[in-house]
Design a protein around this ligand. Structure first.
Ligand code: ADP
Ligand code: MG
Length: 468
């Protein structure tokens, strides 16, 4: 049934492909999209057939095995006449313009099989980041448990006699809070102090990739042997293993085999074992058997500590006030904090001027996205208390010691400046103080700002921070 149709104009086809891709991205998530789906190229849409190219045979198998049905339905939604979607391996020998109908995949060359078989744990292991050591890890309340546990694991692995202290060590926490850093640190520590130990560190995605590759080359025995003979197996971002049944199955067996031999396993994820989605119940419960250590979001103190340490490492001359400002404003995660630091130092070097609060704020204004919402009295009290290291409750308390009275006055001053509240309203929010007390505080701070440079800077910084 060859109906010669008016060929769809390229623009329309491109748009449709664009939509298919963005749906895939939404449905399968950013990580899967980047690993597997971003490599897809549309070769042609021809009557009832869509032809998609991928760079390698492996990708072809993976995409066909995991995503083809969905890709086909998405195409049918765009063009009801579509009946099939073919995925072919791109070959440089074929000119781009000529559509290729049915291309049989070439046979696997013998050399490829051989090289897949001789991969060792060093090659399988993902490269370690040289900066991710224990020495470079700043410890604070939010990460102290995870850090202590990671150290114990690393030391026990070096020692070799004591076995795994907790199996598995399960680290979890949000993005950019140091999970990968800690796992790398474990690996570095062992490499340095006991180089003969076999350590594999890899992402869950890479683990899947290795496994599927082993399946392809009918090499699962070697795969099992490899993974089951390591001393320490670390798998990062295990949430990405969810839903891939055969991989999970294999992972589960590998896991059990290693635990039985008292080999150490370290796992990271963005959620606790019980909250992981798309992972079998037995696996979830197994993952929670050892030590589950969560890394909490950073606190102001930890952020400041990290900034100081990173500024020192980079030999960057950054005024303490700027570091404090960053620690206040960039609260999402450490990766962003580092990004901010990099940006302001690069900027300062580029224009050959030293870093100031103004320049930092300027360079980072997109990061420090202006809050639409009006700043509230509560927020001012909280930030000011944080800044001067007193309790927020001291804003309401009757204590009159200078150490709390001065910050309280600063907070009142800022409330007057930054909120539309009246003096009596402000007074009430500060433990029911009289409006004359607030007025006095405002005058006092104004006067102090003229006399005391350092206080003036504090106030100025707090104002910027609360305003932006
Ligand atoms: P995750 O794996 O949890 O998403 P990473 O381990 O990749 O996060 O950390 C992101 C960045 O932040 C890395 O550059 C890492 O070195 C840094 N980082 C995170 N926590 C700390 C810390 N406590 N001390 C020093 N650097 C840290
Ligand atoms: Mg990570």
């Amino acid at each position: 049934m060859v109906v010669v149709e008016r060929p769809a104009t390229q623009d329309i086809v491109d748009e449709q492909w664009q939509r298919v891709r963005s749906r895939l991205r939404i449905e399968f998530g950013e990580a899967a999209y980047r690993s597997w789906l971003s490599t897809l190229d549309l070769r042609s849409v021809d009557d009832a057939t869509v032809l998609i190219e991928v760079p390698t045979r492996f990708l072809k198998d993976w995409v066909v095995g995991h995503y083809l049905d969905r890709i086909r339905s998405l195409w049918i939604a765009e063009r009801s006449e579509i009946r099939r979607v073919d995925v072919v391996v791109r070959s440089s020998a074929i000119p781009n313009a000529a559509p290729v109908a049915e291309r049989e995949p070439e046979p696997v060359p013998a050399s490829a099989v051989a090289s897949a078989e001789i991969e060792t744990d060093r090659e399988i292991s993902a490269p370690l980041d040289a900066r991710f050591t224990f020495e470079n890890f700043v410890v604070g309340k939010p990460n102290e448990l995870a850090h202590a546990a990671a150290r114990r694991v690393a030391e026990a692995a070096v020692d070799g006699h004591v076995g795994a202290p907790f199996n598995p060590l399960f680290l979890y926490g949000g993005v950019g809070l140091g999970k990968t850093h800690l796992m790398n640190a474990i690996a570095w520590h062992i490499r340095r102090h006991a180089p003969a130990r076999r350590v594999i560190y890899l992402s869950a995605e890479k683990f899947m990739y290795q496994f599927v590759k082993a399946l392809r080359f009918k090499d699962t025995v070697a795969f099992k042997e490899l993974f089951r003979s390591v001393d320490v197996l670390m798998i990062d971002d295990v949430q990405f293993i969810s839903g891939k049944d055969s991989t999970q199955e294999e992972f589960f067996h590998t896991f059990n085999a290693l635990v039985d031999q008292n080999r150490q396993i370290v796992i990271s994820a963005d959620k606790s074992p019980s909250d992981l989605e798309g992972i079998e119940e037995r696996m979830k419960s197994r993952l929670g058997w050892g030590l589950v250590a969560d890394i909490h979001p950073t606190t102001y103190e930890l952020r400041l500590g990290i900034l100081q340490s990173k500024a020192e490492q980079r030999d960057a001359e950054i005024p303490p006030k700027v570091l404090e400002f960053l620690a206040h404003k960039i609260t999402s995660n450490v990766r962003e904090l580092e990004g901010a630091l990099t940006r302001i130092t690069a900027h300062a070097q580029l224009i050959g001027r030293s870093i100031t609060l103004e320049s930092a704020q300027d360079v980072l204004h997109d990061l420090i996205r202006a809050n639409d919402r009006r700043v509230t009295i509560d927020e001012i009290q909280k930030r000011v208390a944080e800044h001067f290291n007193i309790r927020t409750s001291d804003m309401h308390s009757a204590r009159r010691a200078r150490a709390v009275a001065r910050p309280r006055q600063v907070a009142m001053f800022l409330c007057k400046q930054l909120t539309p509240r009246s003096l009596p309203e402000i007074g009430r929010k500060f433990g029911g103080r009289d409006h004359t007390t607030v007025m006095h505080a405002v005058k006092k701070v104004e006067q102090l700002m003229v006399e005391d440079r350092s206080l003036a800077e504090d106030v100025e910084m707090l104002r910027r921070m609360l305003e932006t």
